[in-house]
Design a protein around this ligand. Structure first.
Ligand code: 13P
Length: 283
């Protein structure tokens, strides 16, 4: 078991008609929990470092730690750079051993997005590293935009076809009704759009903003071609903050491992449960 590419795990997921869970890590205990949770299900997992997490870890430590955990828990892990807007940082991650990178030029024009994404693909593919890119714009819950304005940012199927052909990416993040962070009201996924994009592009689709999406919606999205599902906020809030706050309140002695061990096991439980849903169709 070792670090594997996104392309490899998503191709296996395509054959098995399931999705691979992708989870953001921000510290050692939650990274341990991510790999432990996947190992309990004997499933591959995608561990995602945001650019903020990388500032804390550093590329070399992220790679060495994730590789060691993959061996320790005998689990295939994709080490993925999430939402990178800086090509130099992306190149450094490739150089240091990341097996997958996301270039996010989704806030740029269509042509600029293609140009920047092509640069990422040209560099990463030399080293066999997978590339995910985003077309349309997923955005965050906090963005002060109306429902109609958000819909205007949804991925247009025909554009997706042109974008994938022009860039040679390995996976496409689509804007289809999810946002990053907790939802103010129940998310409404545009399933017809997912199906329409899937019919036109031959790379796996990625659903961002997995926190707060129902199991039924996940399963329907997977049946329509989603192969990677990102979950971040749930691990941060329920897997870390809730445990930390409760642990500090209840602390009766000075053993921090009582809190860190609980962060690890809570993150593992969340990851295990999500993977079970994402693999609903497996076997
Ligand atoms: P959530 O934080 O909403 O789960 O989204 C995570 C994500 O999409 C990371 O790219």
């Amino acid at each position: 078991m070792s670090l594997v590419t996104l392309k490899y795990v998503l191709e296996e997921a395509r054959k098995g008609n399931y999705a691979v869970g992708a989870f953001n890590f921000f510290g050692l205990e939650n990274l341990q929990g991510i790999v432990l949770g996947a190992s309990r299900r004997k499933s591959p997992v995608i561990a995602m470092a945001s650019t903020g997490a990388l500032k804390m870890f550093g590329e070399k430590v992220a790679v060495a730690t994730t590789r060691a955990l993959s061996e320790e828990y005998e689990t295939d892990v994709v080490l993925h750079l999430d939402h990178c807007t800086d090509l130099d940082l992306l190149y450094r991650c490739v150089d240091n051993g990341f097996t997958s990178v996301m270039i996010d030029a989704s806030s740029k024009s269509f042509d600029e997005n293609i140009e920047i994404t092509r640069k990422a693909v040209a560099y990463a593919s030399r080293y066999g590293v997978s590339v995910e890119a985003e077309l349309g714009h997923v955005g965050g819950r906090e963005d002060e935009i109306s429902v109609d304005e958000r819909k205007a940012l949804f991925t247009v199927p025909e554009d997706a076809r042109r974008f994938v052909e022009a860039t040679g990416i390995d996976a496409l993040a689509v804007a289809v009704g999810t946002v990053h962070g907790f939802y103010k009201s129940e998310p409404k996924l545009d399933f017809e759009r997912i199906a329409a994009i899937h019919a036109l592009v031959d790379v796996p689709l990625v659903l961002h903003g997995g926190t707060g999406v129902s199991d039924a919606d996940f399963i329907r999205a997977i049946s329509l071609g989603v192969r990677k599902i990102n979950v971040g906020t749930e691990l941060r809030v329920h897997g870390f903050f809730d445990v930390m706050c409760k642990g500090c309140k209840d602390a009766v002695d000075d053993d921090p491992r009582k809190i860190t061990a609980k962060i690890k096991s809570t993150c593992a439980d969340i990851v295990e449960q999500k993977i079970a849903v994402f693999e609903n169709k497996k076997n």
